[in-house]
Write a protein that binds this ligand. Sequence first.
Ligand SMILES: *Cc1c(COP(=O)(O)O)cnc(C)c1O
Length: 442
Amino acid sequence: MNFPLPDDPARADVLAARPTLWLNPNLREGAINDPALAARPEQVAQAVANWQRLAPLLSACFPELAATQGQIRSDLVEATELREALGYDGADYGRIFIKTDSNLPVAGSVKARGGVYEVFMHAEALARREGLLNDGGDIRTLAGPEARALFARHAITVGSTGNLGLSVGVAARALGFRAAVHMSHDAKPWKVERLLRLGVEVHMHEADFTTAVDQARASAAADPLVYFVDDEHSKLLFFGYTAAGSELAGQLAEAGVDVDAAHPLFVHLPCGIGGAPGGVTLGVKSCFGDAAHAFFAEPVQSPCALVHLMSGSRELVSVYDVGLTNHTEADGMAVPRMSPFVAEVMRPLVSGIFTVADDDLFRWLHRAWTTQRIMLEPSATAAFAGPGQVVASPRGREYQTRHGLGARMKDATHVIWTTGGSFVPKDQFELFLARGAQLEAA
Ligand SMILES: *Cc1c(COP(=O)(O)O)cnc(C)c1O
């Protein structure tokens, strides 16, 4: 072990790769309104406005968005049957919903929020710079022949464990850009094949996610016509995810859910590099402030946000630095180092992080399908552990006590974010299901 983690009740479990819950000692009340926070609610509002401005173009590029007038959004589904299958039937669990980003159009994962946003924002900026789009001009010009010819002279590149590559590749090709995706060794072959069919150049690396990102960055640095979507540092990506907050707020209101000090909201979010869960957290807290409590989920061997935030270090601490392997079937979360920008924003905002074992991901995948026909990939189920950890574990109870929530839990709402899966090919999904069924039977 190269980095000594500080004394913490969760430390021994983290180092032994046992599922656990870590509570963030740096969580600060009111932090969302702190002008010194590295990302601001005004920027979230700007991202929402940007998405609205882009919607007619998105609708023109993706026929599947016609029904939502170009909005990329997912349903909020109450876990009516699934909650019992997960063991969450007691009154202390309040209401439980699934936010099904696993069904997001365009990319089939939460990455549709980040990757599509950055590519389309880049396209708009490029078209303005080249004089193809003026203030007040029709954004749909960007789907026209002149813009396509411009974009065809430019390329977009990204490093990914799979889903970000898929999202950026799909978005780039829809506008006519050339696209190159650098994949880490964990990338699933079907994601690669899908990209190849779209005319995306795919580079496979026998290395982890961080290395794939480095390769993509280096290729872009050498060529001014190549734009690099930087999962490790990009603010555009991050803000793309934040618009999910107001989307969720509207859906909760429609479902008759109150969120305030007497009715806490818990959001449970699978975490890789931190952009998706961090962006969603900023968006949700911009809507609900301290009444919203955000918990991240990470694989026991890849808890990069947990080890870094627990370390208290300003230098990035990776999972390798504490002796973990980064080996997991949850390819969407097989990330050894978190984004330093997201770390800074989340330090006072995230309530805690829990870890999950790979076998449980397959069990939950099986239960989500058999109860409510929700189609997931292993990464996307990680947050299912959240309500159990927060409501019933010793440290979850400690959290309730610290925040005066004990008597409020029956009036609480849990939102479990399922982050990907609807694009998984049927034969691949059958294998996941079979593995889950086998584990359930054992
Ligand atoms: C990318 C991804 C995540 C995590 O998002 P980060 O921005 O890497 O933290 C979770 N689940 C799935 C399915 C993903 O593709």
